[in-house]
Ligand binder design. Structure first.
Ligand code: GLA
Length: 377
């Protein structure tokens, strides 16, 4: 299984934490299928931690908590599949999950077999309660091997939070995506800090195994398991655009059954999703803006399949700014006789830029995301 574009879906953790059950999963599956999210590309529905009983059964198998999942997990998987979705679950490389349920340490093969028998298509694999003498690369290799031999294609989503230099070994484990950060919370500070940290390790991102900047907080509005202050509409737009630009998996974390039109319009912006799902899956590069704004604004360029270029301005600061850069820095110096025709993907506004790309004013925490093509000047 080769994963060519960042996976997209929904995960239960950000909003629901341990408060999960069959009814929630089914109604979420219905919403994914009926609300346009599946059409927009969100295909994996993932149950995170807290789905199991605290003890394995007499055969050493994990058991779904009957109070939460009275019909077992195969029934849930069948329902999710009947909606045209793929089904994801969660376990941990340690002896316990982060919330204290059984982990897969020393049970990798039997657990992979159980997941395959239920019809699981995606496994998120955490890093809590590791025996201290077991290095991360070995733990993830064990589950990678077990999944590769379980008889079913299961996307392997590693979640060691970037710890122990995960970027240096994760691709040897069979993982298809890897958490490159600690846990996100629903605040602008969290979004900004994850973004800045990501810039240090994005060289490790790419087709086959994508850097996972953690689940989206778009639409949480301060509620739920990782709800803190919440964010504004503009901040959620910037968050979504940055995750898309940096080729992060796009895993929704809000309660989509009650999402507002505003939230839905962000999550289903097809032009932004197309930047994330571009078949070339190239990483963006940083354009150095004028020195005056270098610390406050992140300016990214991402060459797309077919020759278009995505250009993003992200004001990470708390001040108004008016950034600009010379087109020479993306290869379009004045001697080329070329200009850029660019469409801003949130407003549809078209601009033509020659020699210099100047934004007169950007409010704090906002973004401008362009899809541009080269034209004769
Ligand atoms: C860790 C992970 C989270 C979530 C919880 C569940 O903190 O990083 O994404 O899966 O565990 O307990």
């Amino acid at each position: 299984m080769i994963v060519k574009t960042p996976p997209m879906g929904w995960n239960s953790w950000n909003t629901f934490g341990g408060n999960i059950n069959e009814e929630l999963i089914k109604t979420t599956a219905d919403t994914m299928a009926d609300s346009g999210l599946l059409d927009a590309g969100y295909e994996y529905l993932v149950i995170d931690d807290c789905w199991a009983l605290r003890e394995r059964d007499e055969n050493g198998r994990m058991v779904p908590d009957p109070a939460k999942f009275p019909n077992g997990m195969k029934a849930v998987a069948d329902y999710v599949h009947s909606k045209g979705l793929k089904f994801g679950m969660y376990s941990c490389s340690g002896v316990l999950t982060c919330a204290g349920y059984p982990g897969s340490f020393d049970h990798e093969y039997i657990d992979a077999d159980t997941f395959a028998s239920w019809g699981v298509d995606f496994l998120k694999y955490d890093y809590c309660f590791r025996p201290s003498l077991s290095p991360g690369h070995l733990l993830y290799k064990k589950m990678g091997n077990a999944l590769a031999n379980c008889g079913r294609d299961i996307l392997f989503s590693a979640c060691s939070w970037g710890g122990h230099e995960t970027h240096k070994w994760i691709k040897s484990t069979g993982a298809h995506m890897w958490r490159s950060t600690g846990d996100i919370v629903d605040s602008w500070a969290s979004i900004r800090d994850i973004t800045r940290h990501q810039l240090e390790i994005w060289d490790y991102n790419g087709q086959g195994c994508f850097n996972d900047m953690d689940m989206l907080v778009v639409g949480m509005n301060g509620k739920g398991n990782v709800g803190v202050t919440g964010c504004t509409y503009e901040e959620y737009k910037s968050h979504f655009s940055i995750w898309a630009f940096l080729n992060s998996p796009l895993m929704i974390g809000c309660d989509i059954r009650n999402m507002s039109d505003e939230t839905k319009s962000i999550l289903t912006n097809r032009d932004i999703i197309a930047i994330n799902q571009d078949p070339a899956a190239r990483q963006p590069y940083v354009i150095e803006p004028d020195a005056w704004h270098a610390d406050s604004v992140l300016v990214l360029a991402k060459p797309l399949e077919g020759g278009d270029m995505a250009i993003g301005f992200f004001n990470l600061s708390d001040n108004d700014i008016g950034p600009w850069f010379a087109l020479d820095s993306i290869g379009l110096g004045s001697a080329t006789g070329k200009a850029l025709e660019a469409t801003e993907l949130w407003t549809g506004e078209k601009v033509i830029k020659k020699d210099v790309f100047h934004i007169p004013r950007m409010a704090p925490h906002t973004c401008l995301v362009y899809r541009a093509k080269t034209i004769d000047a």
